[in-house]
Ligand binder design. Structure first.
Ligand SMILES: NC(=O)c1ccc[n+]([C@@H]2O[C@H](COP(=O)([O-])OP(=O)(O)OC[C@H]3O[C@@H](n4cnc5c(N)ncnc54)[C@H](OP(=O)(O)O)[C@@H]3O)[C@@H](O)[C@H]2O)c1
Length: 307
C-alpha cells in the first residue's frame, strides 16, 4: 500500500485535501512506476484544487502534483526503463504521492549530479520559460522586460535571456533585487509608477515582454512599451482582444521543442549553469500547508513535497 494526496472537492486546500492509502500502482506496457523522492509544488496545483482552472465534479477526486523526481520501482516491458534508475517525471499527474505512474514519454533520466529536490522543481517552470523565449524568438538585440523576474518561471526566463545575450530588466520586490542583479538583470520595483521606473532604469527601448504575473499593471505597462505581438504572458488569462500571446505549453511549437528543452534544462542544472532555488520542504501530509504558502509575498524558491 502507498500514501497519496487526493482533493475530495474543490476549495481551500486545508479543507479538501485528503491523504489516502491505496495499492502501489502496476505499470501498463509503456508505463513507469516511480517511487517519488521529491515533488515540486506549483501555483497551478493550488489553482486546480481551488477550482480556478475548472471545477468539473466528474473529475473528483483530483490527483494533484505536476512534477516529481524519484527512482523507477517497476517498468512496463516497452517503457525503455529499468527498476533502480533515477528519473524525473514531467508532466506528471498525481505527483504528491509515494508512488507515481506515468507514460514513459513523460519520464526523463535524472543526471547524477542533479539532486532530487532540484530535479523535481525544474521542469514545469523551465519548460514554460523555454516556451516564452521560443515564442518571443528572443535575440541578443532584444531588450526584454520580465514581470515577476524572481519567481520560479521568471528567474529561468531572466537567466536564459541573459545567456542568449539579451539586455534584461525585471520586476520584483526590493528584497529580490540583489538576486536579479546576480542573474544579470536590471531590477525594478513594481510598487509605484512602474512605467516611469522602467524608463528610468533602462534608457534603451524595451523590445519584448515576458509576463509571469498577469496583473493589470503588468499588462498596461507592457502595452505602453511594445506592440502586443511582442508580449507573451503565462498568467493574464482574463485578457480578450489585446493581441497578447498566451503560452500554456499546448502550442505546436512548445510541444515540438519540449524534449529538447527538457534535455537542455536537466544538463544545465546538473552542470550548475542554471540555479534551482529551493524555498522549503514539506512532508506529504502537509501538502495543504505547502499549497496555502504559495502566492502573495513569500521568500523566494520552489516549495517541495517529500513523501
Ligand atoms: N501558463 C502556463 O503554462 C504556466 C506555467 C507555469 C506557471 N504559470 C503561472 O505563472 C505564474 C508564476 O508562476 P511561478 O511558478 O513563477 O510563481 P512564483 O515562483 O510563485 O513567482 C511569482 C512571482 O510573482 C511576483 N509577484 C507577486 N505579486 C506581484 C505583483 N503584484 N506584481 C508583480 N510581481 C508580483 C513575486 O515576486 P516578488 O516576490 O519579487 O514580489 C514572485 O516572484 C503563476 O500564476 C502560475 O500559475 C503558468
Amino acid at each position: 500500500m502507498a500514501l497519496r494526496i487526493l482533493a475530495a472537492d474543490y476549495g481551500d486546500p486545508e479543507a479538501v485535501l485528503q491523504i489516502v492509502d491505496q495499492p502501489v500502482p502496476e505499470p501498463d506496457d509503456g508505463d513507469v512506476v516511480v517511487r517519488v523522492r521529491s515533488a515540486g509544488v506549483n501555483p497551478f496545483d493550488a489553482k486546480q484544487v481551488r477550482g480556478l482552472v475548472g471545477a468539473d465534479p466528474a473529475k473528483l477526486p483530483l490527483s494533484i502534483g505536476g512534477e516529481a523526481a524519484g527512482v523507477v520501482h517497476a517498468a512496463g516491458a516497452s517503457s525503455g526503463f529499468r527498476p533502480g534508475e533515477e528519473v524525473v517525471v514531467y508532466p506528471a499527474t498525481g505527483a504528491f504521492a509515494e508512488f507515481l505512474v506515468a507514460p514513459a514519454a513523460h519520464v526523463h533520466r535524472k543526471p547524477a549530479d542533479l539532486g532530487f529536490n532540484e530535479a523535481s522543481a525544474l521542469l514545469l517552470a523551465g519548460v514554460t520559460a523555454a516556451d516564452i523565449l521560443a515564442t518571443l524568438e528572443l535575440t541578443a538585440d532584444d531588450v526584454l522586460l520580465v514581470h515577476g523576474g524572481a519567481g520560479a518561471v521568471g528567474s529561468i526566463v531572466v537567466s536564459r535571456a541573459v545567456t542568449a545575450g539579451a539586455t534584461v530588466i525585471a520586476t520584483a520586490s526590493p528584497a529580490n533585487h540583489v538576486h536579479l542583479r546576480s542573474l544579470g538583470a536590471v531590477p525594478v520595483a513594481y510598487d509605484g509608477d512602474l512605467l516611469a521606473a522602467v524608463r528610468t532604469a533602462m534608457p534603451s527601448p524595451v523590445t519584448a515582454v515576458a509576463d509571469t504575473v498577469g496583473t493589470d499593471q503588468a499588462i498596461d505597462v507592457s502595452l505602453a512599451l511594445v506592440p502586443a505581438d511582442r508580449i507573451v504572458s503565462i498568467a493574464a488569462w482574463g485578457l480578450t482582444g489585446e493581441g497578447i500571446t498566451m503560452v500554456d505549453g499546448s502550442t505546436p511549437a512548445s510541444r515540438r521543442n519540449r524534449r529538447e528543452a527538457i534535455a537542455g534544462l536537466l544538463d544545465d542544472a546538473a552542470a550548475g549553469r542554471l540555479a534551482v532555488e529551493i524555498g522549503g520542504t514539506f512532508p506529504l501530509q502537509d501538502t495543504a500547508a505547502a499549497l496555502s504558502a504559495l502566492g502573495g509575498h513569500r521568500p523566494r524558491g520552489k516549495l517541495i513535497i517529500h513523501p
